[in-house]
Design a protein. Structure first.
Length: 386
């Protein structure tokens, strides 16, 4: 499968980008303590800090209050793809809004354009953003003794690969707006870098966490301990991934997902695909998952989800992320990408639908988003219902 190049979102790299990185902080020195938000819309709850706090990250299949998305802001990042990418985002927002409330973050000077594109079913919230990747820039929501909280993973532009002065503040600003407790993570990373089953198990790739561009000098054991405290998991299954070959350093949400506890959907490249980031990562992941057990001691059932035929995709290219794994589960539905390979698209919808019984499968065209190296899951972030 063709993989995204580091240059995809690095067109803005400059002195300003480095300054933004310094401002955001590479690896946070925070203790993981909860920080009350200073929202004008209501005071955030304060919570106990330290190891006494028992948090939990619900599975994506648990009920949601809403979905957050973001409006791509910068022509410097997307170039002449920007209109098409915005078209895809609007279509995706409307599809999710058919199942649950959607709040789309948009710069104040672009908010009206976003409202016209998305229609009345989507709420647009004025908030400064740089790009559309709400999974990575927004908070990762958890529940705890005092209700809902949002983990701020100290977004640093995927290891300083893109200007992120505004995106580095999205988690903080969004939590403040809603008066939700903010948890400052002691590690740096992105929401797309973790996958949980809701029953104590987390999957992640070493390449996107145990990496000097995010957590310099921090061991895998320390990162794992932070995961356990931040999102309340008991076991971490580490996949190797591949560093330095795509902007995310091989996020797990494009590689392997929990369809349900004990069942993992795994991206499967075509048999004739030459070695690249995703073929290498998939082969290694299969080896690990084949012998792994989850937090409950269950062996994992691994289900392949084959990629589409690149020759049947319009608008593909070197950056194109042709994985069906990057789908999104919402209230009563599951949103699956449609790339243009009818047989593969139908097969993926069938497999995902079978593994998410009782949910309506909706296929959405996202070729402009995928051409930028991302997908549906990357562009969405759920707020769980309590």
């Amino acid at each position: 499968m063709a993989h995204p190049r580091p240059s995809r979102r690095s067109l803005l790299r400059s002195g300003a980008a480095l300054a933004a990185l310094a401002l955001a902080g590479g690896c946070s020195s925070g203790s993981g303590e909860e920080q009350p938000s200073d929202s004008g819309t209501g005071a955030a709850t304060t919570a106990d800090t330290g190891s006494a706090v028992r948090r939990a990250m619900p599975a994506e299949s648990a009920p949601h209050t809403r979905t957050f998305m973001a409006w791509p802001a910068l022509e410097e990042v997307w170039g002449d793809q920007l209109p098409g990418v915005r078209q895809d985002i609007a279509g995706l927002a409307r599809a999710v809004a058919g199942f649950e409330p959607v709040v789309l973050l948009a710069r104040p000077d672009q908010a009206e354009q976003a409202r016209r594109a998305c229609g009345s079913s989507v709420e647009v919230l004025d908030l400064m953003v740089d790009d559309l990747w709400a999974r990575d820039t927004g908070p990762t929501f958890v529940t705890g003794p005092q209700g809902l909280a949002g983990v701020d993973l100290d977004f640093n532009g995927w290891g300083g690969k893109q200007t992120h002065a505004n995106d580095a503040q999205v988690a903080r600003s969004l939590l403040a707006h809603y008066g939700i407790t903010r948890v400052q993570a002691p590690i740096t990373g992105e929401g797309g870098g973790i996958e949980v089953d809701g029953e104590g198990t987390l999957m992640a790739t070493e390449s996107s966490w145990v990496n000097e561009n995010r957590n310099p000098g921090v061991s895998r054991d320390r990162i794992e301990a932070a995961f356990k405290e931040l999102v309340g998991v008991e076991k971490v299954i580490w996949l190797q991934g591949v560093a330095g070959q795509d902007i995310t350093d091989c996020h797990v949400d494009a590689l392997a997902r929990f369809a349900e506890p004990g069942t993992v959907l795994l991206h499967r490249p075509a048999a004739d695909t030459p070695p690249d980031v995703w073929t290498t990562a998939s082969a290694q992941a299969r080896q690990v998952l084949g012998s792994a057990t989850d937090a409950k001691g269950r062996p994992l059932r691994v289900v392949d989800l084959p990629e589409p035929d690149f020759e049947l995709i319009q608008g593909g290219g070197k950056d194109f992320l042709a994985t069906y794994i990057n789908y999104y589960v919402c209230n009563g539905g599951v949103i699956v990408p449609r790339f243009g390979d009818r047989a593969a698209d139908d097969r993926a919808a069938g497999v995902v639908g079978e593994l998410h019984p009782g949910r309506t499968v909706t296929q959405v065209d996202i070729n402009h988003i995928a051409a930028g190296g991302g997908g549906i899951h990357c562009a969405t972030q759920q707020q769980p219902a309590l």
